[in-house]
Design a protein around this ligand. Sequence first.
Ligand code: PGA
Length: 246
Amino acid sequence: MISVRLHPDKHSAAQAIAREIADLIRLRSESGKATVLGLATGSTPLPLYAELVRLSREEGLSFRSVVTFNLDEYAGLSADHPQSYRTFMEENLFRHLDIPAANIHIPDGLTDDAARECGAYEASIRAAGGIDLQVLGIGRTGHIGFNEPPSSADCRTRRVHLDEVTRQDNSVVFGDLAQVPRGALTMGVATILEARRVALLAFGAAKAGIVARAVKEAPSADCPATWLQRHPDCVFHLDAAAAQSL
Ligand code: PGA
């Protein structure tokens, strides 16, 4: 089931979700347990990551007991490529925290055996005890992670082709469409649905149409975010503009 939570703006949303994550980390670490977070890239989660960094600096929130799994990585980009998701995560989150490097997981975009890499990624998530809270954005195609339409509810971590709409949207960061990779490695829809809690973030009018489809259309591979309706604990954190078509 998807529940919708409206926030005055993306910064208030970031504060609320960061607080939820901080509470989860503190609660679990009190009983000696790790917290497993699923993380997203893109412009949407940036205020959330800034707020987590602030909580770490100003409130002493420790990430030593946190294990992370990112949703996806571009195929063909090295970890140190300026536009890789590894670089994005290092710059915007990890390098500002006390999280041990060994606790960070992002698919290897340079793998020469995608099936093995993706199988190992699924195995690492299971070995960590599964994802406690998965942070998601949503693409204009209805993708979650890089699960572009059509993506079935049972797909797992795998190599995928990027939709041209997504390549266009992401070309802003690359400066030139030709530089945007055509493929990626992504967690699957089934992998995402197994997370115990899901927090999807969407802000601004450009997301209103796809948010309405995700919430209201019958679940189908044509709009992969609709599969979230089958999740027992999924919250869409929206501002008024993103919620205007609900
Ligand atoms: P964005 O991307 O945060 O840059 O809008 C969201 C997504 O593609 O999942």
